[in-house]
Each structure stands twice: as C-alpha cells, then as structure tokens.
Ligand binder design. Sequence first.
Ligand code: SAH
Length: 230
Amino acid sequence: MTFHASILTLYPEMFPGYLGESLSGKALTRGDWSLETIQIRDFATDKHRSVDDTPAGGGAGMVLRADILAKAIDSVAADNRPRLLMSPRGRPLTQSKVRDLAAGDGVVIVCGRFEGVDQRVIDSRNLEEVSIGDYILSGGEPAAMILLDAVIRVLPGVMGNPLSGTHESFENGLLEHPHYTRPQSFESVDIPEILTSGNHARIEAWRREQALKLTAERRPDLLPAQPVTK
Ligand code: SAH
C-alpha cells in the first residue's frame, strides 16, 4: 500500500527537498509513499493572485485567506486521510502520533505562512493542528517535511532492519542509550568493557540503566510519575 501525502503550500518547489534523498528518497522511488503538492496560489481569484490579507482587528503581519485556502483544500480528493495544519499552537508531534499516522493511508498537510491562517478554515475543514516544537518557524514547509520524515521511516519495508526502529528514543518511553563502534580506543577512551563482553543479558541491562539515567537527567518529564515519598 502506498502512503499518499498531499501538501498544500505556497512553495511547492521545496518538495520533496531532502525527502528525495537517502531512505525516504529510495522509498519514494519504490512507491512506498507518494507525494502531491498543491499550490495554494492557484486558487487565488484576483489578478495579483494574492492569498493573504491584513488581520481583522488590526496588528502585525498578514493572514492566509479562508476562502482561497478552503478551495485549495477542497481540490484534494475527499478520502479518509487526516488533514493536518502545521502550527505552533498544535498538539506537539510525538513518536506515537507518528506511528498512528504511518498506520493510515496518508495525510493532507496544510503549510501555513505569514501570521497563520483564518480560523474559519481550520474549523470548517476540520484541520488538526500539529506542532513540531515550542519555537516559531517562518513557514510550515520544514515542519511538514519533519513530520513526513518521521512517518516515512516507520512505514513497512522502508527501514532495512525493522528492529532498528524499536529501540529508538521515545519508542519505549525512554531516551536511547549511548552508542559506540570501532576503534576500540579513541583518544585513549575505550569502549565500555561490558559492550565487548559478549554477555547479552548484561549488555541489555547496562543499556536500560544508561537509558534510564539519561532520561532522568535530560527528560524527567518522560518518566512515569514517581511515587510520592515523605
Ligand atoms: N503567528 C503564529 C506563528 C506563525 S509562523 C503564532 O504565533 O502561532 C508561520 C507558519 O509557520 C505557521 O502558520 C505554521 O504553519 C508554521 N510554523 C511555525 N512554527 C511552527 C511549529 N513550531 N510547528 C509547526 N509549524 C510551525
């Protein structure tokens, strides 16, 4: 089955961008996923082909017009794919959301620009707002690529070794343990001895302990709530 991505954007030439390289690029060529871009500007009606206007109520910047964006969205074949709007106000993207999306038929993604999009199109076209983090980009295109990158790598058949996906940070609720490879000694620092011991049970236990320690240090919010102690 092909995962179909439809991207609504003012910059279709940005796609597939880096998604055309490496793992996702090979998957695209193979047909594991497909990509369609829709130029929002093609739905403008005036001779200047303008898509934005000043915010009602005043203030800085411009807002993408509801009527034009709605027409662009309605031009995408009606099916059961979720319609996402990349937006810093959205629910933060997580690996479990990525897995959910990858299990479906595809996505329709609206890339915002300017100050954002008219609220009425978000409501009427049922757009689910998704954020890639607590910072502001100048447009939704890189956010859409990041979301697609994360989804494509977990599509069936995309990753060479399916197991290499399951130990990843966040997949088991923890950050991943540190990695080492040759040379055995680098600037007089050796690979931790346990990793060369060949004792798989001890290696697993060490990795889990390292993952817990890193998570506690860097992302205590990921750990299950600690029991209350007096
Ligand atoms: N005025 C808006 C930000 C607009 S940024 C606000 O304060 O919420 C312009 C566009 O970039 C947005 O419409 C959105 O599509 C995209 N964008 C910016 N930051 C993003 C983020 N963290 N995650 C996802 N999309 C983002």
